[in-house]
Write a protein that binds this ligand. Structure first.
Ligand SMILES: O=C(O)CCC(=O)C(=O)O
Ligand SMILES: [Fe+2]
Ligand SMILES: [Mn+2]
Length: 221
């Protein structure tokens, strides 16, 4: 009978880029795990990549010790941007953060080589507030969210180049997130081959830490 399979697909998939273990988790996280494909134009993607490339190229990829969360990466934190990039980051701020949220002034830039990946983790609540927003450049990847107490609850986010993802509230605190390694990089049945991926990540300050508070700004998560 036509439609049986597609009904199951509809239950599991909120849209073309978010899948979940069940319809309850998909609807519960509707506003807390968000993907906006095509958030960046090709020109905006190129602007960011070209601005970041020279800074990243000066660093070596790190493979680190056995318990590190990220493998095959180099990273930087950036506070000074060209006007064109600043305009992009302002669009991210408007799309992802509320007017009452203050952002970390350092934007986290992470460059994952094709074999690089990020193991499941929850960003530290000491250094990062309730919202994380990331732009993806160059390569598609799959971000997986798994509930820390009930691992049968999960979501998969398909992050294409030029997309913006937003994790807030329960998706940020109650679920771990990871970027799947190439061998495991599937969105459902769909293989998503990994190349080099750059992400540009904006985070809100932990609640209770205002810009006027004395002391050093917290490091990125
Ligand atoms: O690359 C990303 O989009 C996520 C990075 C991440 O999870 C982290 O730095 O805590
Ligand atoms: Fe993270
Ligand atoms: Mn981190």
């Amino acid at each position: 009978m036509a439609g049986g399979g597609s009904l199951a697909m509809r239950v599991l998939s909120r849209c073309g880029w978010i899948r979940g273990s069940d319809s309850a988790v998909l609807s519960r996280l509707r506003d807390e795990a968000v993907v906006r494909p095509g958030f960046l134009s090709q020109a905006e993607e190129d602007t960011l990549t070209q601005e970041l490339e020279p800074q990243l190229r000066r660093r070596r990829y790190e493979y680190d010790h056995w318990d590190a969360a990220i493998h095959g990466f180099r990273e930087t934190e950036k506070s000074r941007w060209s006007d064109a990039s600043q305009a992009i980051l302002q669009r991210v701020q408007a799309a992802a953060f509320g007017p009452d949220q203050t952002l970390l002034s350092l934007v986290h830039v992470l460059d994952l080589e094709p074999k690089g990946y990020i193991k499941p983790h929850v960003d530290s609540v000491k250094f990062c507030g309730s919202t994380i927003a990331g732009l993806s450049l160059l390569s598609p990847s799959v971000m997986k969210l798994v509930h820390t107490q009930e691992p049968e609850q999960w979501l998969e986010l398909l992050l294409e180049p030029g997309s913006l993802y937003i994790l807030r509230g329960s998706a940020r605190y109650d679920f771990s997130h990871e970027i799947l390694r190439d061998e495991e990089s599937f969105f459902g049945e769909h293989r998503v081959p990994r190349g080099r991926r750059i992400s540009v990540i904006c985070r809100s300050l932990p609640e209770g830490i205002g810009p006027g508070r004395p002391g050093k700004p917290p490091p990125a998560c």
